[in-house]
Design a protein. Sequence first.
Length: 381
Amino acid sequence: MVERKRPSIAGKLKETEGAPSVDDAAAIPDAVIDGVSIDVPVSAETSLLVSATTDPEAMYSRRHTGVSSTPEPSSMLTDDRLLDVKEKQEAPIGWYQRAIYELTFHTVNLGDSRRARARKVLISRITTPFNGDTRYVPILTRKGGVGKTTTTTLLGMALAQHREDRVIAIDANPDRGTLAERIPRETKNTIRTVVQKAPSIGSFTDFTEFISRDVTRLHVLASDPDPTLADAFDEYDYNVVADVASRYYSLILTDCGTGIVHSVMKPILSRANSLVIVSGGSIDEARLASETLSWLESNGYADVVRNSVVALNTATQGTMLVKLDEIENHFRSRVREVVRIPYDSHIAAGSVITWSKLNKITRDAAEMLAAFVAEGMPPTE
Ligand SMILES: Nc1ncnc2c1ncn2[C@@H]1O[C@H](COP(=O)(O)OP(=O)(O)OP(=O)(O)O)[C@@H](O)[C@H]1O
Ligand SMILES: [Mg+2]
């Protein structure tokens, strides 16, 4: 074996401007060809070869000159050499940033605009991963007509379109729920038929026969339109539906009725990892939402109340007459976050909600609500 000459390589490197240190040089391994270790001869060529890694121009030309006449050390396999520079760089988001990027032939990248960066942060909050078991989020309040179903739909759409896992909204309103009317209806099946056919549901494909799907990828399970049957939907039934759904979904939103002591509320609340309480913008609506929190606190759900989010729907009658800031301050003292849902004429029509037809401020509010819900999800035991 020829005596190794690494110290002299280091000596040559030292002479090269910006060259690696002696320690770096020591890290250069012997070349291996067909499993035979050979020593790298020290020559002017070798020195050029190593120093070429610090010279982008030389790197560029090496890419096109084919095979080196001497064995290369593995340190020559750098990212710069092997990755296509064009593919590595992402075009910035924002018209000004994009214009500079294009005008300079992709040499100047100012990065995303502030708005684009904020949006990426928001989406990363909405997509906060939930490890482990299915999470349950009921949407409730003791007052009727304040926007529980609307909030469930908006929240579900905002979550479903950004998250990769599956999100379902279940209508558990015992008093003629309207959730399924908020997305295009694909089936006449309801929570009642899921209970009846639960033993035969063995796969996600089986389960999809019972649900309707929106373009945002939100899945909806309808309640029974017959008020007698809907009212009879009880604790046992909800547990059956939730157990089946939990096999296929990582997040289950439940649109509730106003009757907080109805038997179906017991399993809904005992499974809840977080809550969304809906308040309207009038005095009685805010009082009833606040009383809902008090009832939950005094009935064993104080922890989940502290972690809950209030959706303050400013579309209800009376909103213009009261100090919304004071309502918001009240709820801020009791729950984790408050989000205002604005009036939207597309929602007011009371029919199918199409995400793209909502006003931008409505979509922003829904996404903010989704971010608060997702990022505050407590770990499961
Ligand atoms: N932000 C909004 N902008 C416009 N209209 C709205 C908004 N929120 C709710 N509405 C309208 O108010 C009505 C009641 O809303 P929604 O059905 O969501 O209330 P709810 O609390 O679920 O009612 P219920 O107690 O009967 O289940 C609906 O016609 C809905 O379209
Ligand atoms: Mg409703």
